[in-house]
Design a protein around this ligand. Structure first.
Ligand SMILES: Nc1ncnc2c1ncn2[C@@H]1O[C@H](COP(=O)(O)OP(=O)(O)OP(=O)(O)O)[C@@H](O)[C@H]1O
Ligand SMILES: [Mg+2]
Length: 203
């Protein structure tokens, strides 16, 4: 097996293990963790400042962001959700009352909403399968976030948007091998706290 294939296989088995653990969370533990997690996101300084925020629609046992979205809408922030088309991902305005439909992957996305240039987002809540202390991330494996935010890899300083991973504390792994295309996270929020990563290797 080549080194690249071995790395793919490792990423694949890590993804399945963490996803299984996440789907297996008991209801009571899940709702307590979701509540703690949302409080931690609400406490972010970057949230207070943000005007345009991308969220995700929970799927496969991901932490629910409903309470967060409700708070953001109350504060008059503009909220966007991912819309997938082929290999691409756009972010479309999400009004709590607007139509949503289930896409081919099985998660909800806004219907007929205008997309925002991802450079105009202030804060992006990025769904995680796993993350590490250096800001490396494993998602579902489609490379959607890496392609959409590839422009951040060319930056010398982190401006916007801030990519903040969202997951449960058990989704933190000791080390994730970062691939050349991976866009590192600026931070991560879990049910037990907030992490801000040193920005080494972001250019
Ligand atoms: N900027 C890019 N240009 C072209 N291909 C890319 C780019 N970024 C990622 N990819 C491709 O996407 C594939 C999956 O990437 P990766 O394993 O990092 O997924 P992921 O970050 O876990 O997925 P997701 O963000 O969808 O949850 C890789 O095979 C990679 O070649
Ligand atoms: Mg990646």
């Amino acid at each position: 097996m080549s080194a690249a294939h071995a790395a793919d296989a490792t990423r694949g088995s890590l993804r399945s293990r963490v996803r299984r653990q996440r789907r297996g969370l008991e209801d009571a533990a899940r709702s307590a963790a979701d509540q703690a997690l949302v409080s931690n996101i609400l406490a972010l300084r970057q949230y207070a400042r943000a005007r345009a925020i991308a969220v995700y629609c929970a799927f496969d046992g991901e932490p629910a962001l409903d309470e967060f979205v409700a708070d953001a809408c109350r504060r008059g922030k503009r909220v966007y959700a991912p819309v997938l088309s082929g290999a691409g991902m756009r972010f479309a305005r999400w009004h709590p009352t607007a139509g949503m439909r289930r896409n081919a992957f099985g998660f909800a996305e806004p219907v007929n909403a205008a997309a925002i240039d991802p450079r105009s987002l202030d804060l992006v809540l990025v769904p995680l399968v796993a993350f590490d202390r250096n800001g490396a991330r494993l998602g579902f494996g489609g490379g959607y976030y890496d392609r959409c935010f590839a422009f951040l890899r060319a930056r010398r300083a982190w401006f916007r948007p801030k990519l903040v991973g969202v997951g449960y504390a058990f989704q933190e792994l000791a080390h994730i091998e970062r691939q050349p295309w991976d866009v590192p996270l600026w931070g991560a929020v879990t049910d037990t706290g907030i992490h801000h990563f040193e920005q080494t290797g972001t250019q």
